[in-house]
Write a protein that binds this ligand. Structure first.
Ligand SMILES: NC(=O)c1ccc[n+]([C@@H]2O[C@H](COP(=O)([O-])OP(=O)(O)OC[C@H]3O[C@@H](n4cnc5c(N)ncnc54)[C@H](OP(=O)(O)O)[C@@H]3O)[C@@H](O)[C@H]2O)c1
Length: 341
């Protein structure tokens, strides 16, 4: 197959958003697919992962990898199928995951995050972008077991609890024997995490007084904060942390659309007074832990101890409308864009 006969729809970053991203920040182009060179693999995108970090990559804030620059294809993780391989370890038909971008096809050279084979496990394809992926279960696993180091009987709070990472971190907290309290932005999200995922309680931060509700839900205080949100929620949780508590700083989604850095956290002195350990982490630094995480999570999936939901947006053309959904209370579980069959 000649790649030049394949037409590739690509979303190009047109401008950096100030505030919430939308369709106006992208431009749809059709371009021929680049001819793969020796060692390259041509991949057809099947699913794209829509991640809060996509918004970070669109900005020029100081971050953990270079941002996407205007004029470049929007960066995104995804899973796809190899259409053509000039690499000895890959064959047409192989399933892969990597930085496929907002496009129908990509040509990539295999490497840890750029492109890797999917583990040969019995699971639906989209699971490789949620429980078995860095945008879900692997981050939850590293953040909980390596960073927070839970002990049975401790109380753990998880923000963005009905989302991809939070829903999995909370379930792993239950596996570790913790009392798990979620914070989510809708009654449906709270019902999901308590009734389907087995969290002990959940607080709707949009309708409840979070400080009061945390007091009720965490009568023995909080030992672990699995922090996905930051801002007011982080301050309120910090206020209730127990002596020697741990804050796993996984994400700060409430700040990603900010035009100016916010002052805070206002409860910063409690880190000193309560001898807290606050540790930020980026899952990509923990590559050596991925194989163990995937094996454990797959085992829990099989045993019915871990479950997940997906919110699938159909069609690459709708990717720009999917991204802002991360910042609004209208999706549960992992947000995906389905690009091809
Ligand atoms: N450190 C790492 O290596 C790493 C890796 C992956 C992800 N992360 C971080 O983990 C966090 C969760 O990511 P995810 O992929 O699992 O996303 P997600 O939770 O599936 O989606 C984001 C959720 O955040 C909640 N949210 C959005 N804006 C909010 C606000 N202003 N206040 C409170 N909640 C808000 C929304 O839930 P509600 O509808 O319930 O409000 C939304 O559904 C993000 O902060 C992300 O950056 C970090």
């Amino acid at each position: 197959m000649s790649t030049t006969t394949l037409s590739n729809r690509q979303y190009i970053l047109k401008s950096r958003p100030e505030g919430l991203p939308d369709r106006s920040h992208f431009e749809l182009r059709e371009a021929p697919v680049r001819e793969p060179g020796d060692g390259d693999v041509l991949v057809r995108t099947r699913y794209l992962s829509v991640d809060p970090t996509n918004r970070v990559w669109m900005s020029d804030m100081k971050q953990y990898m270079p941002p996407v620059f205007p004029g470049e294809v929007m960066r995104a993780l995804g899973v796809g199928v190899v259409e053509r391989s000039l690499h000895p370890d890959y064959r047409a038909g192989d399933l892969v995951s990597g930085l496929l971008g907002w496009q129908d096809y990509s040509v990539a050279r295999p490497g840890d995050i750029a492109l890797a084979p999917l583990p040969r496990l019995d699971a639906p394809l989209s699971a490789f972008l949620c429980p078995l992926h860095v945008s879900g279960g692997i981050t939850a696993y590293v953040g909980l077991f390596d960073i927070a180091q839970p002990r049975a009987g401790e109380t753990m709070v998880v923000s963005a609890a009905a989302g991809s990472v939070g829903s999995l971190a909370g379930q792993m907290g239950k596996i570790a024997g913790c009392r798990v309290v979620g914070i989510a932005g809708s009654d449906a999200g709270c019902r999901y995490v308590t009734e389907e995922l087995g969290f002990d309680a959940c607080i709707n931060y949009r309708t409840e007084d979070v400080a009061e509700a945390l007091g009720r839900a965490c009568p023995d205080g909080i030992d672990i904060d699995f922090e996905n949100v930051g801002g007011d929620i982080l301050d309120t949780v910090l206020d209730k942390m127990n002596l020697n508590g741990r804050v796993t700083l996984c994400g700060l989604i409430s700040t990603y659309n900010d035009k100016q850095p916010r002052p805070g956290p206002t409860r910063f002195p409690l880190i000193l007074m309560q001898r807290l350990r606050v540790q930020g982490f980026v899952v990509l630094d923990h590559h050596a832990r991925f194989a163990e995480a995937v094996e454990k999570i797959h085992g829990w999936m099989k045993a019915g101890k871990i479950t997940w939901r997906e919110h699938v947006v159909e069609g690459l053309e709708n990717a720009p409308d999917a991204l802002p959904m991360l910042f609004k209370p209208n999706k549960l579980g992992k947000l995906l864009v389905k690009v091809s069959e």
